[in-house]
Design a protein around this ligand. Structure first.
Ligand code: GLA
Length: 379
């Protein structure tokens, strides 16, 4: 991809980029909708990624071109307040990162930016976090801060989602994409932001099955879940649901908020248990925890869809006690993650292809992933 990016950059801006950075997408193994409740998540970075190439300008302008979007372009001035754009909403991730970096003191005099990537969008694999981190890292280097703290980079990405994209997301996606390491998942404590590497047993394959149902316009549902969790935390007098280890009695809390809280509280303990199961190489336990996680997302948090439930059930049946499967990411479509012995990938792939069709009647896209390195420089 880097050659294609260089070519696009030269054709657009008449020079080669001075910095090229990359950042990966992520798949969450378990711990869903726990991050904004100060809880635990267990993601790893994947091979799909976004690349950002940049060079400096002296005229206070930022020019952006996106190869993935058929060469869409946009421009904005650093001499005016930076705000989200209705005309080019795809560029709001770039605008948000520029805004955040400069508010943080980064000296930018203008920039040319070209973007390329192989991330599927709306698949629940955090293409927007990959974009934020790649652009943020490249621009930080342009402003002389190549050593920007990766947690700080992730926090700027989260702020971008809140203020420029309207999604009140947690920190998981940005942190996983910024700080992941090869070969391991990260057990992240979303309160302290400490991340513990958890090795994935080498004989365990990570399979991502795309349901073909893209997540569209679901930020409203996401933000509503977050508000329901906050209602429950307030009711129980805790700073966040993370502070409840056991599911408390319902008391006068309404049924909806109670079920949302029950998902988060049980999901936190499942996530910690899953890290233990991975450490112990206990695939059967891992599978059981993934099944419970999916059921909790379906029944208590209500973020799955019938077609996704069927796909997960199909995978669980095919894999048996040698691993597990669950929906991954924010919900309402996107991808399913499965962990299974590498030796059984072909057989399980065939079983899925034989029985699941995407809404447009196609066999689903299936990828096998190895935990990848977080955001880094290519040049
Ligand atoms: C989205 C958000 C994350 C997290 C997940 C659900 O990916 O961006 O912060 O809340 O949903 O676990």
């Amino acid at each position: 991809m880097i050659e294609a990016l260089d070519t696009l950059f030269r054709e657009t801006f008449g020079e080669l980029p001075t910095v090229v950075a990359r950042a990966p997408g992520r798949v969450n193994l378990i711990g869903e909708h726990t991050d904004y409740n100060d809880g635990f998540v267990l993601p790893c970075a994947i091979g799909k990624q976004t690349l950002a190439a940049v060079s400096a300008r002296a005229d206070g302008m930022v020019h952006v071109i996106a190869a993935d979007l058929g060469g869409l372009k946009t421009s904005f001035s650093l001499r005016e307040p930076i705000a989200p754009s209705d005309a080019a909403p795809w560029s709001n991730y770039v605008r948000g990162m520029v805004h955040g970096l400069m508010a943080d003191g980064l000296a930018l005099t203008g920039a040319n930016i070209a973007l390329i990537g192989d991330m599927p969008q709306g698949a629940g694999l955090s293409s927007s976090a990959a974009l934020e981190n790649a652009v943020g890292l490249a621009l930080a280097a342009l402003g002389g801060r190549a050593d920007i703290d990766r947690t700080q980079l992730a926090l700027l990405g989260q702020r971008t989602e809140h203020d420029f994209a309207g999604c009140k997301c947690g920190i998981m996606d940005q942190l996983a994409s910024a700080r992941a390491d090869e070969g391991v998942a990260l057990l992240i404590d979303c309160r302290s932001l400490d991340a513990t590497p958890i090795s994935i047993p080498p004989d365990l394959a990570i399979m991502i099955v795309h349901s073909g149902i893209t997540r569209g316009l679901v930020d409203g549902e996401y933000n509503a879940r977050r508000a329901q969790c906050e209602t429950a935390a307030l009711h129980y007098g805790v700073a966040a649901l993370r502070d409840l280890v056991d599911v408390p009695p319902q008391e006068t809390l309404d049924d909806l908020a109670y079920r949302r809280a029950r998902h988060v509280i049980t999901e936190n303990s499942r996530t910690l248990a899953a890290a233990d199961a991975l450490n112990a190489g206990n695939a059967a336990k891992l599978g059981q925890l993934m099944a419970e996680s999916h059921a909790s997302m379906r029944d208590d948090f209500e973020i799955t869809l019938p077609a996704i439930d069927d796909l997960v059930a199909l995978l669980q049946k095919a894999i048996g006690a040698e691993g597990g499967a669950r929906m991954t990411g924010g919900g309402f479509g996107g991808a399913v993650v499965a962990l299974l012995p590498g030796s059984r990938v072909d057989e399980v792939t065939a079983a899925v292809r034989a029985s699941y069709q995407t809404p447009s009647g196609l066999t689903p896209n299936i990828q096998i992933e190895k935990p990848a390195q977080g955001a880094s420089f290519l040049r």
